[in-house]
Write a protein that binds this ligand. Structure first.
Ligand code: RP5
Length: 295
């Protein structure tokens, strides 16, 4: 049997690392004209020496005095407890302890070509939750089978983000002190069912229905997200859960209506060509493998 040497293992690990950290190295930072410092794949890890690394700093003015955002890093009132539960703000990373250098948390996946926190509210990890609601594609009361793979086609509830127009999961930020299970339900209700604009009665009906349906979910992913808003000092992390409706009885009651940060919502057919926001296509692939669906 062929032996795998240590060099090959290191290369494989580096390759996997790069795969989770590419969308946040695009040339221009979102919603700005700030150009990221160009770095090659090999220069991403902090332990690789890049003597001329001099990224621009960007902290969006939008964040100033926002109750949900941290103060600027030098502010004398700002005494964060890095890597800890800081009051009701979770500054722990799902990937373990991160380094804090000169008072700033360092992106655990490495360099991004920009310092500061960009448009992200928190320095360090910004926690989100993503519901992956799935059902089988049906025609004439039968599952649609792909003729090439001979596997059933899965659909998921996708939203189109207002900010960048990309299709995505209807996820969102975990509010301080909020449980992930609550965020998953709240975000789905807001973005995929528009319950913020629904009548009180309708909102109560939808909330109960989602609460019941979201009782049975399975964790698909927990960790760093390759989000285009990430910087050297602030990044997105998420917990993604799959809620699958095997017989389609529950999701049939959903009256999909885009709301809040979403401008569109639909059941999207899944295959290997889906191109979603941040790392969302990777989460979908995990669900596809788990449910043995067409890809
Ligand atoms: C992504 O950003 C997460 O996976 C989640 O879907 C989303 C949360 O940010 P907002 O939608 O609230 O902007 O990284």
């Amino acid at each position: 049997m062929r032996k795998i040497n240590i060099k090959t293992i290191i290369l494989l690990v580096m390759l996997l690392k790069r795969m989770v950290h590419t969308k946040c190295r695009g040339s221009t930072y979102p919603f700005s004209d700030i150009v990221r410092f160009k770095i090659s794949d090999e220069q991403v890890p902090w332990n690789v020496c890049v003597p001329d690394y001099d990224p621009p700093e960007y902290n969006s003015k939008v964040l100033l005095n926002k109750p949900w955002a941290d103060p600027p890093i030098g502010d004398c009132s700002f005494k964060p407890k890095w890597n800890e539960l800081d009051g009701n703000i979770n500054r722990k990373s799902h990937s373990g302890a991160y380094t804090v250098l000169n008072g700033r948390p360092l992106n655990p996946e490495g360099r991004t070509g920009i310092k500061g926190r960009g448009v992200l509210g928190k320095w360090g990890p910004n926690h989100a939750a993503d519901p992956i609601v799935t059902r089988w594609k049906m025609e004439h009361n039968r599952k649609v089978i792909n003729s090439t793979t001979n596997l059933p086609v899965l659909q998921f509830c996708a939203i189109q983000r207002k900010d960048c127009k990309q299709w995505a999961l209807p996820g969102g930020m975990v509010d301080p002190g909020e449980k992930v299970s609550e965020t998953l339900q709240r975000e789905f209700l807001e973005e995929a069912l528009n319950n913020m604009e629904a009548s009180k009665d309708q909102s109560e009906i939808d909330t109960k229905m989602i609460k019941d349906f979201f009782k049975e979910g399975s964790e698909i992913y927990k960790g760093y997200v390759d989000d285009p808003r990430n910087t050297d000092n602030a990044w997105m992390e998420t917990v993604a859960y799959n809620f699958h409706d095997e017989n389609g009885h529950h999701v049939g009651k959903f009256d999909l209506k885009a709301g809040d940060d979403a401008q569109n919502v639909k059941w999207m057919d899944i295959d290997k060509h889906i191109d979603l926001y941040a790392s969302h296509s990777n989460f979908i692939k995990t669900v596809v493998d788990k449910l043995k669906a067409h890809w």
